[in-house]
Design a protein around this ligand. Sequence first.
Ligand code: BGC
Length: 729
Amino acid sequence: MKQWVLGNKGYNRARIGLNGNNFLLANGYMGYRGTLEEYTKIQHTACTLTGIYDQLKGKWREPVNAPNGLFVKVYCNGKPVTVLDSNIKEHTQILDFKSAVHKRRTVLKIDHNEIIITSERFVSLHDLHLMCMRYSVSSLKNCEITIETGIDGDVWDINGPHLKNFSTRFNDNCLVLKAVTNEQKHTIAVVEGIKIKFGKHKINKRKKIITRLIEFEAEAGKEYTFSKYVSVFTTNDNVGDPVEAGFASIQNSLEQGYEKLLENHSNLWHKRWENADIIIDGDKKAQFAIRYSIYHLLAIAPVHSDKISIPARGLSSQVYKGAIFWDTELFMLPFFIYNFPQIARNLVKYRIHSLPGARQKAKEYGYDGAFYAWESQDNGKEACTHFNVIDVFTGRPLRTFYRDKQIHISADVVYGIWEYYKATGDEKILLEGGAEVILECARFYYSFAYFKKDKNRYEILDVTTPDEYHERVNNNPYTNRMIKYTADVAFETLELLKNKYNKVYKNLISKINFRDDIAKIKDLQKNLYISEPLKKTDIIEQFDNYLKLEDIDLKKLKSRIIKPNEYLGGPSGLATTTQIIKQADVILLLNQFKDEYSNQVKKANWEYYEPRTEHGSSLSTSMYSILAAHLRKTDWAYKYFMKTATIDLEGKYKQYVGTLYIGGTHPAANGGTWLAAIFGFAGLSFKNDKPLVNPKLPKKWKSMKFNTQIKGKRYSIEISKSKSKIVSV
Ligand code: BGC
């Protein structure tokens, strides 16, 4: 049971932020942070919505947080009884991954009395607009208790306030709080209903908050329990009046009751686990961390819409502008492709819907085709600013080139579409816009590439690479190889359409006027320069002249840091003039194109880049783990695997870059954990649409069991030290 439960015993104020992330409840429509019911925006309570963004003039555009309908505060003889105001005798907070249920139990001391608070809540997977909670209070002695519960509209915003024109209402025994966003004038409506059989009730309305005050004489030892149902609807949901939709949902919830709603919700989660669980025998810590990772991936997956994707910090807050990065395609999508293809399809379709934004960006920079947003939001338009980091020395914004130069993003999008297509055989995705995206990305790269006449080859100049600390460099092998990959995929797509869907092929070529591009992209595919391992050392240079940079020890570089959180990249960062890199780059190339490089080359590069990598991004360690497993450096593979798998649990990640807060959950690391377990330790691959394994289990792991699916067929895979079994199920 323990391996399904994240639990904290005792209360620690310093962990409020971390717990808010780690104990997150979410259902793809909204994410509710793992905060306690008495918390407010000060403790970063947030109910972050997907697909609805807002911008205040001059500030960053970011997702909207809905008013908090789960607010509860208890008073005893007029004094507040909360973890923030009272002495805490006992406190436990629990997140049960299996059913996606959050629980707390707190014993608080006040005036020689003890008040016991317990709550259980969930964000329904069965009804995505619904959150439910059961809350109980009891007192050791007779006393006068007041419970204040309702909807708190004074929400936490990073670049807000995003909500205005608040209005509150009490109708049909429901509380209603409505507000409007600045930019798109979306209405956000929260409706709350309650089932309660005790106390005198009063409604308390203020500008941004509406609550009920429930007063009663508590008898010693008696438990007073109520249940609460909260719905969130917006005008983005196309449900007509969001308040009316809220009323209907709450009436229905009150009729069904907490137990039934919980059953509906947890049954769906249990079903998810039947597909997705990985069972490890012999390593409780790894087992727990894997389940933690899978839970977080599933919680934030868009089940209901193909117009949204997964932001880099999931639904844990507005951090990173709620933007979608390449993290989704490279690190998270494979988990969904091989376990939940329908969700994978939504993620892929999101990029198809974003094509207009990508075309617009290419045009803005003077290129053809589709240049995807480095930070993408609801409309696929670029959310990344030119000045994305604040210099800690001057307080001034630093010019960064993620937006302008990290061109591998378009190839990563193509990779996502193609991986999905290959594993599912879903040709429709290509007809529904996937093919168009692929061709437009290939076209973008042709217009970006520089043909060097003297060398008779195309080079890719002036780019920012996955590493990020070295901006505006030339001929990064990952970027160049991914461009070649894009061209390869473009021709496979054209072949497929031509042979099987000739009419579609003709229409598409004429619609996007692609006839002349075919020969150009062929030329690019044939003559694109991709740097090779150096003869003597087998090292693949991360970019032209990388090896001429100062070769410094990472510790020594860190000893040069003057101020905490100073940015190591950019024009004058400490790493910029050295070989220290932020994250896996050549190692990523070697993982993606495993079959094209010998083990000798892979080993040489792993050993060269590993000590030079800062792992300043949560995307890095999983890649080192996978390649290490492949090279049978199993101890290293395990070390990097555990780093990835426990990044949130241990909270050992960067909270700030410059002055920018970047804390939150790390879904790319959650996806990386899954990748490292499945493609690293189990060594899963596919041949003729059948799974194969090549296990390199860590020493402690006696066995590993998981499911996978390809082209609609499911397989159960069991690996032990002595044998492997693959059965079709
Ligand atoms: C990493 C990027 C990543 C982004 C969002 C950055 O720190 O360098 O590769 O896409 O964070 O996770």
